[in-house]
Design a protein around this ligand. Structure first.
Ligand code: 2PG
Ligand code: MG
Length: 401
């Protein structure tokens, strides 16, 4: 595909942070548009994010060369971007610019071939993989109560997640998530004098609680009340890098070692039987802690996010070392579509779980749902069914129905 023009627009994400929209126009006039999200609890090894003006200058610098080229595939295009940048953290072009370009290119190519984005991704990145043993449809991880840096409250744990299993039609599944979200809202409201509940960055309820286990108890009770026991499980994202300082975890007025924190998780899994998954239980600088949690919770999904940052090498290392059993996949942590798909393939080859995830700063872009379909991911993590997050739920319904 030959590129005629690329338009960069400064837009704002759901956190009000400036971000990029890329419109790529191919020679035959087909277009691909992509919007880049932003994270607040960022891993320190994520791809660089550059300001809009930097991205504009960087793009102008290689636009003439790019116009002279004919890119045969998304891989060839991404390789070109990676070579132009030539830095380990993508600070020359910016991981945000590269991701926007990478996705806009794939979208334009899909449009040219009259394909859905997921069909193109499947064809180029996942066609050789055996789909037989993969789930037909991903679970939905929906973050109903927000804490950590996503809410101005006393919870150390960042995300309290209802996990909807792929039972019934996609529409029924999403309707159940919405029903549960409302029921949890009623239960949370009963604990406050507030008529309108404050929401965190991902649309989950955001108030103070007596302890970090209470939100789990509330969601579990709501699941029971609605008789959703067979269709929902629970998960947490501790995002523990955010409360780790001087080798200690600052948790509910205590300073815990990794082993003590692993015991806390152990008690949660014991008290909440439907709890199935914990993400970033320890800091990105405490890989050993992940091993302790894994040893303590042998049946749980132990998921890396800040630890693995969608980087194939890190993913391979931490799975092979037995520290994690699954990974969060966030395209903007690594900066191109091709590297995102390589990270997924690396995890899947090792039998690890794959959860394709949004960021706390989101846009209307729905590419992550297409990635999840193309690779037959175990789950998508898309926040609460509210506001801008609904575009992901609706795209889930559209492409999985
Ligand atoms: C996470 C994400 C998304 P952020 O930690 O998993 O839920 O948050 O985008 O702030 O890194
Ligand atoms: Mg996380």
């Amino acid at each position: 595909m030959k590129i005629k023009n690329i338009i960069l627009t400064k837009i704002f994400d759901s956190r009000g942070e400036p971000t990029l929209e890329v419109t790529l126009i191919a020679y035959d006039g087909t277009r691909g548009v992509a919007q880049v999200p932003s994270g607040k609890s960022r891993g320190s090894n994520e791809a660089s994010v550059v300001p809009f003006d930097h991205a504009k200058r960087a793009l102008a610098g290689f636009m003439p060369i790019m116009r002279r080229m004919n890119f045969a595939s998304p891989m060839v295009f991404d390789k070109f971007l990676i070579a132009r940048d030539a830095t380990p953290d993508k600070h020359r072009l910016g991981g945000n610019l590269m991701l926007g370009l990478s996705f806009a290119f794939a979208r334009a190519m899909a449009a040219e071939k009259k394909q859905e984005l997921w069909e193109l991704l499947e064809e180029y990145y996942f066609s050789t993989k055996s789909m037989a043993s993969r789930p037909a449809r991903p679970m939905i991880f929906s973050n109903l109560i927000n804490g950590g840096v996503h809410a101005a409250t006393n919870l150390a744990i960042q995300e309290y997640i209802a996990v909807a299993k792929p039972i019934g039609t996609p529409t029924e599944m999403v309707a159940s998530v919405i029903e549960l979200y409302r029921e949890v809202g009623n239960a949370v409201r009963r604990r406050t004098k507030l008529r309108r509940l404050p929401l965190g960055d991902e649309g989950g309820y955001a108030i103070d609680f007596q302890s970090n286990i209470v939100p789990l108890e509330i969601i579990a009770a709501s699941i029971k009340k609605l008789r959703f026991d067979n269709t929902f499980s629970l998960a947490i994202d501790a995002a523990a890098s955010e409360f780790f300082k001087n080798n200690k975890y600052y948790f509910e007025d205590k300073q815990l070692s990794s082993a003590e924190l692993a015991e806390v998780y152990g008690s949660y899994f014991h008290r909440i039987p439907s709890l199935m998954s914990v993400e970033d239980p320890c800091s990105e600088n405490d890989a050993k802690g992940f091993g302790l949690v894994h040893a303590r919770l042998s049946d749980a999904w132990i998921i890396g996010d800040d630890l693995t940052v969608t980087n194939a090498d890190r993913i391979a290392r931490y799975i092979d070392d037995g520290l994690i059993t699954g990974v969060i996949i966030k395209p903007n942590q690594i900066g191109t579509l091709s590297e995102t798909c390589e990270a997924i393939a690396t995890a899947q080859k090792r039998g690890a779980r794959v959860i394709v995830s949004h960021r706390s700063g989101e846009t209307e872009d729905t590419a992550i749902i297409h990635i999840a379909k193309a690779c037959a991911a175990d789950a998508v993590k898309i926040g609460a069914p509210a506001h801008e997050r609904l575009s992901k739920f609706n795209e889930y319904i559209r492409i999985f129905s």
